[in-house]
Design a protein around this ligand. Structure first.
Ligand code: GLA
Length: 329
C-alpha cells in the first residue's frame, strides 16, 4: 500500500495535498450469473484493492494516469464522466493516478474496483454524494460503455460496500444488502488457473441473451421469478434458478457455522456452471478437483468464468499447499 501510495504521489508531482480512495476486488462465494437476472449474489471483498490518489483542479480538466495499464485508462475515465454526469455531477477537474493490487483478467473484479475508486474520487471533487447502489449502477453503466460487456452490478456493489471476511448478500432486484460473517474457523483460498479471459469476447453477452430469451418464453419479468419446473428443460435457465436457491442455502450454512454444508453448495455451484451454464474450462475443473482432493470442504470457479480463479472453502488452520494461490481470506 505505502509503495503504491508513494508511486501515485510521485506520478502526481509536487506537494503533499494528494487525497486517496480505495476500493477492493472480490470473490463471489455463490450466486454466479444471477445479478443480471434480478437474483441474489454473495460476494466478499478482498484485501487486494485499487488505490486512487487525486488532487482537484480549478480549470475543469480531468487527467487520469494508470500505473498498471497506461493505455487502457482513457475509455474508463470518459465512460465514468458520462455516467456520473447522468447522476448530476458538475464538470470539476482533477489530476489522478491509479494503481491496483487486484490481478487483471483473473475474475476478481479488478474493473469493479477501478470504477468505484475512480468514481468516488470524481464525485468527491465535485461535492456529489451518491448512495452506494446509485454509484454502483452508474459505475456498472460506465463499465458497459467502456468494455461493451452487458454486466450486472455485483462487482460494483461489493467494491462500494464490501469488507473482507464479510460476504455481502445482495438482492439484485432492489439492491437490499445484508452482511454475513465467514465463520472464524473457515478460510477462502483463491487460486489462479492462469487462464486469462476477457468477458468482452461475446460469450458473456450470449449467456445473458439466453437468460432474457428464457424469461420471455416462460413469461416472467426475469429468471428470478421462474420455478424449477418451468426451466427443467433449459440448462442455462436451470442454472440461474438453482443458483438462486444455492445462495440462500449458503447463507443458512454460514450462519449455522456448517462448513460441510457450505462446501457442498460451492461444489454443486461449480458443477452447475460447468454442465448447465457452460462457462468453465478444463483447467478450472482440474483445479476444483485438486482442491477437493486436498481436503477442501468445497470449491468452484468464481466470477464470470471462461478462466480466472477458483475459490475453495477450507479449515483456517489447514490451508492446502497449491501453486497459484493469490490470497487466503
Ligand atoms: C462478471 C460480471 C458480474 C456478474 C459475474 C457473473 O463478474 O461483471 O456482473 O454477472 O460476471 O456472476
Amino acid at each position: 500500500m505505502h509503495r503504491r501510495a508513494d508511486a501515485i504521489a510521485a506520478a502526481l508531482g509536487r506537494g503533499d495535498d494528494v487525497a486517496f480512495v480505495r476500493a477492493p476486488g472480490r470473490v463471489n462465494l455463490i450466486g454466479e450469473h444471477t445479478d443480471y437476472n434480478g437474483g441474489w449474489v454473495l460476494p466478499m471483498a478482498l484485501e487486494l484493492d485499487c488505490l486512487v490518489g487525486y488532487r482537484p483542479r480549478t480549470d475543469g480538466a480531468v487527467n487520469v494516469v494508470s500505473l498498471d495499464a497506461p493505455d487502457d485508462i482513457a475509455p474508463w475515465t470518459d465512460a465514468l464522466l458520462e455516467a456520473l454526469a447522468d447522476e448530476g455531477r458538475e464538470a470539476v477537474g482533477l489530476d489522478a493516478a491509479v494503481a491496483t493490487s487486484v490481478p487483471m483478467g483473473a475474475g476478481l473484479a479488478s474493473s469493479g474496483a477501478l470504477s468505484i475508486a475512480l468514481g468516488i474520487a470524481l464525485c468527491r471533487v465535485a461535492g456529489l454524494v451518491l448512495e452506494p447502489p446509485v454509484l454502483a449502477e452508474a459505475c456498472r453503466r460506465a463499465e458497459e460503455r467502456a468494455t461493451g460487456v452487458p454486466c450486472g452490478f455485483m462487482d460494483q456493489m461489493v467494491a462500494a460496500l464490501g469488507r473482507p471476511r464479510e460476504p455481502l448478500l445482495v438482492d439484485c432486484r432492489d439492491a437490499a444488502v445484508e452482511r454475513v460473517a465467514l465463520p472464524d474457523d473457515a478460510a477462502i483460498v483463491v487460486v489462479d488457473s492462469r487462464v486469462r479471459r476477457s468477458l468482452s469476447d461475446g460469450r458473456y453477452a450470449e449467456r445473458r441473451a439466453a437468460c432474457d430469451a428464457a424469461a420471455e418464453r416462460i413469461g416472467v419479468p426475469s429468471l428470478r421469478d421462474a420455478t424449477p419446473e418451468q426451466v427443467a428443460d433449459d440448462p442455462v435457465a436451470r442454472h440461474v434458478v438453482s443458483e438462486n436457491e444455492r445462495v440462500h442455502r449458503m447463507v443458512r450454512a454460514l450462519r449455522a457455522g456448517d462448513l460441510e454444508a457450505a462446501g457442498a453448495v460451492l461444489t454443486e455451484g461449480h458443477r452447475s456452471l460447468r454442465d448447465d451454464f457452460a462457462v468453465s474450462t478444463p483447467e478450472l475443473d482440474a483445479l476444483v478437483e485438486r482442491l477437493l482432493g486436498l481436503g477442501a470442504y468445497g470449491a468452484r470457479l468464481t466470477g464470470g468464468g471462461f478462466g480466472g480463479c477458483v475459490i475453495a472453502l477450507v479449515a483456517r488452520d489447514r490451508v492446502p499447499d497449491v501453486d497459484g494461490v493469490v490470497c487466503v481470506c
